[in-house]
Design a protein around this ligand. Structure first.
Ligand SMILES: NC(=O)C1=CN([C@@H]2O[C@H](COP(=O)(O)OP(=O)(O)OC[C@H]3O[C@@H](n4cnc5c(N)ncnc54)[C@H](O)[C@@H]3O)[C@@H](O)[C@H]2O)C=CC1
Ligand SMILES: O=C(O)C1=N[C@H](C(=O)O)C[C@H](O)C1
Length: 250
């Protein structure tokens, strides 16, 4: 008989962590062996012989947690935001020293969001202007969202070599044109009642394409979390984006 995969959640008392604890508890072939809150020592991961760590905390804690996991040979599935290029490069270096260990950093676990980002990047070459509006619940601590940053990066890659979007703005109040991520304006809305939403606006003379995704609850992220947990041990090194685990081009 195959043994269950031993999974731990860090950030288990948060919105995402609590949903992940419940989803892992219900999932075939997975066993939840630890659910760590802010005051729990990371050594619990070793005492409980976790094999895969799901990291869903805050940007200030995430890097330290993931590095601890990797240094102890544990695979990690990371949903926390704030993994900029510098942190990812440092982590890739640590993974090179720990061959066989896999880490997935997924800015968004919702399949629809991953697809929407992919579609926006595909479309971006064919329009003069692209701007992103991301809309979230007001408890979110970071802006722009990790998803919007990733989307802007992929759009910028797709538009490499094209002229900048037309924009005659000469005078603007600070923030009026959004944050500029890789030359793509990103506008962040924080509104009571929302969960996680993003709309990419693409415009050219006489037409507009809008690519929108809505997550209405944390359940939208759970299939992606479980996919990551099941796959991460078989993909050594760092994977950035859940699309790395999906065969979107076939
Ligand atoms: N990749 C994805 O699909 C998604 C990612 N997120 C991201 O995941 C992160 C968590 O989001 P939420 O659950 O909504 O936030 P939350 O604020 O509800 O939960 C964060 C939890 O982490 C805990 N925490 C902080 N430092 C910790 C540490 N060192 N050890 C253990 N626990 C610690 C906090 O006490 C809190 O309970 C955020 O960065 C958010 O942007 C959120 C939703 C989807
Ligand atoms: O904090 C959230 O809620 C979310 N965070 C992630 C992000 O910053 O992109 C993913 C999703 O948007 C929900």
């Amino acid at each position: 008989m195959t043994e269950n995969l031993r999974v731990a959640v860090i950030g288990a008392n948060g919105r995402m962590g609590a949903a992940a604890v419940a989803a892992i508890g219900r999932a075939d072939g997975l066993e939840l062996v630890a659910a760590l809150g802010r005051s729990d020592p990371l050594e619990r991961l070793l005492e409980t012989r976790a094999q895969v760590v799901v990291e869903l905390t805050v940007p200030d804690s995430s890097e330290q947690n993931v590095r601890f996991a990797v240094q102890h040979g544990l695979h990690a599935v990371v949903g926390t935001t704030g993994w900029d290029a510098g942190k990812r490069t440092a982590l890739a270096g640590l993974l090179a020293q720990n061959p066989g260990v896999g880490v997935l950093i997924a800015p968004n676990f919702a399949l629809g969001s991953v697809l929407a980002t992919r579609f926006a990047a595909q479309a971006a070459r064919y329009f003069d202007s692209v701007e992103i509006i991301e809309l979230h619940h007001p408890h979110k601590v970071d802006a722009p969202s990790g998803t919007a940053i990733r989307t802007a990066q992929l759009i910028a890659q797709a538009r490499a070599g094209l002229p900048p979007a037309p924009d005659a703005t000469e005078q603007a109040m600070p923030g009026a044109r959004g944050a500029v991520v890789d030359e793509v304006p990103v506008h962040s809305v924080r509104l009571a009642g929302l969960t996680a939403h993003q709309e990419v606006l693409l415009g050219s003379a006489g037409e507009q394409l809008s690519i929108r995704h809505d997550s209405f609850g944390q359940d939208s992220f759970m299939p992606g979390v479980l996919l990551g947990v099941r796959k991460v041990a078989s993909v050594p090194g760092l994977t950035y984006g859940l699309d790395g685990y999906l065969e979107l081009d076939s």
